[in-house]
Design a binder for this molecule. Structure first.
Ligand code: 5GP
Ligand code: ZN
Length: 134
């Protein structure tokens, strides 16, 4: 059984801040910033690709509630929501979880994306390939 399953069933302690029938939220053992929280499904799903869609819908509301709760207590008004799914994406615990990372001035974290350029033709091809609009 994985470490987050063990936390979810109470075998391993965690600094829990929220719990309902489907989710728990607890403080990450490594506080990227003060208040760094993980939202974790009680049921084991490896990552976003196998996450139950109904649970994801329920989680959407929870994300907003917890982000606002962290903000109202910690007064940061800045937050990153991060999910790492798959090893290349940096996932180290293979049980679905979402990081809520409150952000502070000069907190030392940099989240930077490459600024790759594509030609209009390549954008068009990619858009056609990915398009879900009927
Ligand atoms: P990932 O890299 O998979 O997105 O994130 C895993 C996170 O789980 C890391 O930020 C790590 O600090 C946290 N973590 C790993 N083991 C434990 C644990 O036993 N308890 C808590 N609270 N967090 C953990
Ligand atoms: Zn698990």
């Amino acid at each position: 059984m994985c470490v987050f399953c063990r936390i979810a069933n109470g075998e391993i302690p965690a600094y829990k801040i929220y719990e309902d029938k489907d989710f728990i939220a607890f403080l990450d053992i490594s506080q990227a910033t003060i208040g760094h929280t993980l939202i974790v499904t009680k049921e084991h799903f490896d990552n976003i690709f196998t996450l139950n869609a109904n649970l994801a819908e329920h989680m959407g509301k929870l994300i907003v509630q917890l982000a606002n709760h962290l903000n109202s207590v910690l007064k940061t008004e800045n937050i990153n929501l991060v999910n790492n799914s798959g090893a290349l994406a940096g996932q180290t615990i293979n049980h679905f979880h979402l990081h809520l990372i409150p952000r502070y001035k000069n907190d030392g974290i940099t989240i930077k994306f490459n600024k790759n350029k594509l030609s209009p033709a390549d954008f068009k091809d990619l858009c056609t390939k990915l398009n879900l609009i009927e």
